[in-house]
Structure formats: C-alpha cells, structure tokens
Design a protein around this ligand. Structure first.
Ligand code: UDP
Length: 449
C-alpha cells in the first residue's frame, strides 16, 4: 500500500468551497470540492483549493483546517460574475496559478473542476509537468443539447473540452451516463476515464423527527410535504413539480416546499427564477400550496429534508445531482427524473421512483401513490439511507479519487518530464478569449507543434 502523503491542488475557478449555496452558480461543485478537500486533508494529505477572488475582502490564503487551504487568485474584477463570463479571465487565472505553483508548494497532482479549470490545469501540466485529473461536472455539448440557444457559454467551450479530454491524464465521470457522454460526444479514451460518483456526509444529513422538523419550519402535521431543493435555474425543472401539483387531488392537503435561491428570503429580485415559478404556480391554480423559502444552510437545510414526506428532483438533465443523496441520507424516498446521475443513485422501486423529465402527470401519479401508502414511502426512504451509507459517502469518494491520483503520479514517474501538448485544433473555434497564443508560446521544448 502506498502510504505517502500527497500534495494536491484542486482548481475550481467559479465554485469556492467557502461560498453560500443555493444561488445560480453555487451548488454541487462547491460541495464536491469542499468535501473532497476536507476528506483528503483529514486522511493526511495537503490540499490547496484555487478559486477566483470574487470579493475584495477575500484573503489571499484561507487556512480552512489543518491540511486544507483556499487560495483566492486575482482574475477579472473582485466581484461575483456569472460563470458564463469567466472564460476571458482564465488567462489571468492561469498566470496567477502558475506564479503560485512556481513560488509556493510543489504539487504532486492537479485536480481541475469544470472546463475552465481544466484549461488552467493543462497549462500547469504543460509548463510544470504536473499530472492532471479533471472532473467536468457538466459537459458543454450535453448542456447545448438541452438548453439550445439559452446556453450562454462561449462556443469555444466545446474545443476546450475536447482538448482537455484528449490530454488530461484522467477524466472523472460521475456516473455511467457521464461516461457514455464522454465516449459518445467527445471521443474520450475509455482507459483514461475513471468513474467516481459524488457523495454525501452522513453526519451532516441524517434522519430525525419529522414532527420536530415541521414545528421548526412552521409546517402543518397533516400535510403531505413534497420537497424540491437546489439551485434555482430553469433546467432543474421545478416547474414540472409545480405542474404535477395541479394534477393531484385538489382536496388533498399537499404542500410543495421549494428551497433555494441567492438569498435566505424568497426574493424575486435577487432570484428572478422564483418570480417565474410563482407565475407558473398562479397559472396552474396551486399558488396557495407552494411555499418558497429562499436559501437554507446547515441544520435548517437538514430540517427541510427531515420534514418532507418525499423529495423530488426532476431536472431536464443532471450530470450527477447531490440533493437526491442528501434526501436519501435523511431516509427520505426520492422521485427523480430518469436522467444522468439520478438514474444511477435512485433505484427505481427500491429507494424511490424514476419518472420521465418534463412529465407532470407521471410525477403526480407517483406522488399520489406515495401519499396513499406512507409505510411504503418510509421503507423506500430507509432503503435509500442504506444505499448512500454503503456507496456514496464523501470518505469513499475521496479514497477512490486518491487511487486515481496515485495512479497518475506513478505513471508520471515512469513517463519522464516531457509533456508535449499540441495546441488546440485549428478549427476556428478560438477567439480572443482563448489564450491560444500563450499556449503556443508555452509549449515545452521538444514538443510537437
Ligand atoms: N443547497 C444548499 N442550500 C440551498 C440550495 C442548495 O445548501 O438553499 C445545496 C444542496 O444541499 C446541494 C447543492 O447545493 O448540496 C446542490 O447540488 P446538486 O448536485 O444537487 O446540484 P448542482 O448545483 O450540482 O446542479
């Protein structure tokens, strides 16, 4: 067994492990990076997380706990920016990272998260020869398939992702669907894909008293409570849940709790999606039965899961989806879209049910069935809890990723020091935003052009 402690650089350009969660750009990736870094540090490794400075007051280096630091790099204005607008600042981010790497710690491995961090990781690999592992968290071509013209990312994203898939030492797929998307859409090399899912912390998310949680949240005991929780963006399909409510028995005491948003109050100015969803609820005649809470954290977040009879997540597509795991850890049954990671984490008929995305009547039928049979709902919830505790803990995820890191470090040792990376294919997909000139000028000696 290789017991050497590693020095690991996690790059997560827009998703800081220190951010408050629930807004448009703060969700699963932040949780992933935070828990991964913490678990690796607690296992004796030294982890630095590199993220963009998005507030002037953010300290350059934050020691989060022993072995885990967050480093804020200057790249663009020290203010929040939508992730769709960050690519032009990745040249500065990469230069700042390179500077840190040269004058600071010597890292054994870089694990980049999201395609823009992957771009930075390639530059570090090319210049310093550090092996690169990449988790995309979302793939541009999948997003485009579903979002079409509403996708605000620059078109260069595809070429950048292809380049990363080709030259990263390992690409982490989060679920079988992610793996097949990488193979189908990006011609990834199967041997260089490692499948490692996301996780949940069973100490943070655990079952509790439903009655107590409802009292704390001001919810009635006699209502069937359906929980929807997550970032407030259209692709999460919250409108499908609202429309499903309109297909249910109008006399039944049903409440839909919608948790998430940029602020702790359900403020339509801060989170315009809440305004859109409220309009959908009014149009469907169910506004009285829908409660928007705004963003929740910590114990209040767990209380939402514990108070619910069922957790619902019906996105159009889902690279992984951590919220179903959190619900399962709290022993709640999950009804989810039969897409992406949800198809992997939720076992149909065992821990909940899978329904087609954008299908309110199908969802309503499953909700009615669970409402009519609370004992069955409880049994599904308990099965879900067993499933996540045995397969989806962050500790296990970190241990599996550590194996991936060790493997690329070992191979790196055998491969020598050269990392010939050709520039991205001359496919016209570059723009001023893509630092092609710099990439070319940084090519390693002896590298093929
Ligand atoms: N979340 C939160 N507070 C909120 C809304 C969401 O802490 O008000 C968290 C949620 O608990 C989960 C993450 O944000 O850990 C969302 O992750 P998921 O993978 O489900 O979705 P993604 O953000 O990756 O699309």
């Amino acid at each position: 067994m290789d017991v050497r402690s590693l020095r690991i650089a996690l790059i997560s350009e827009h998703a800081s492990p220190l951010a408050a969660l629930g807004g448009v750009d703060a969700g699963g990736q932040n949780v992933y990076v935070a828990h991964l870094a913490r678990c690796l540090a607690r296992a004796g490794h030294r982890v630095d997380v590199f993220t963009r400075r998005d507030a002037p007051c953010a300290a350059g280096v934050v020691q989060v706990e022993p072995g885990m630091r967050v480093l804020h790099l200057d790249a663009g204005p020290a203010a929040p920016l939508p992730k769709e607008q960050l690519l032009p600042h990745m040249d500065a981010f990469g230069a700042a990272a390179l500077q840190r790497f040269r004058h600071g710690a010597r890292y054994d491995v870089v694990h980049a998260n999201f395609f823009m961090s992957g771009l930075v990781g390639l530059r570090l690999k090319q210049r310093l020869g550090i092996p690169l592992v990449v988790t995309f968290h979302a793939l541009g071509l999948v997003r485009r398939e579903h979002q079409g013209t509403a996708d605000g990312f620059p078109p260069e994203r595809e070429a950048i992702e292809r380049h990363i898939v080709r030259f990263a030492d390992r690409v982490v797929a989060e679920c079988p669907q992610d793996r097949s998307d990488l193979l189908r859409l990006y011609d990834a090399c199967a041997q260089r894909i490692a499948m490692v899912p996301c996780g949940v912390d069973p100490k943070q998310f655990a079952p509790g008293s439903k009655a107590q949680a409802r009292r704390a949240l001001g919810l009635r005991d006699d209502e069937f409570v359906v929980l929807q929780l997550g970032r407030m963006v259209p692709r999460k399909g919250v409108d499908t849940v609202i429309r499903a409510l309109a297909c249910m028995d109008p006399a039944a005491p049903v409440r839909l709790l919608v948790v998430g948003g940029s602020t702790s109050e359900p403020d339509e100015r801060a989170t315009p999606e809440i305004g859109r969803l409220r309009a959908v609820a009014r149009e469907c005649g169910v506004a009285e039965r829908v409660t928007f809470t705004g963003q929740r954290q910590g114990e209040a977040l767990r209380a939402c899961y514990v108070a619910a009879d069922v957790f619902v997540s019906t996105p159009w597509y889902e690279p992984f989806g951590i919220t179903p795991l959190e619900a399962m850890a709290c022993a709640r049954p999950v009804i989810g879209s039969a897409v992406g990671g949800i198809r992997y984490s939720v076992v149909h008929g065992v821990t909940g049910y899978l329904v087609p995305p954008r299908d309110p009547p199908a969802l309503a039928r499953r909700l009615e069935a669970l409402r009519a049979d609370p004992a069955h709902a409880e049994a599904l919830g308990r099965a879900g809890m067993r499933r996540v505790r045995s397969r989806f803990t962050w500790e296990r995820v970190a241990a599996e990723l550590l194996e991936v890191y060790r493997e690329v470090v070992r191979r790196r040792g055998r491969a020598g020091s050269a990392y010939p990376l050709p520039p991205m294919a001359a496919d016209g997909a570059r723009s001023a935003a893509w630092p092609a000139r710099r990439a070319a000028s940084e090519r390693l000696p002896g590298a093929r052009a």
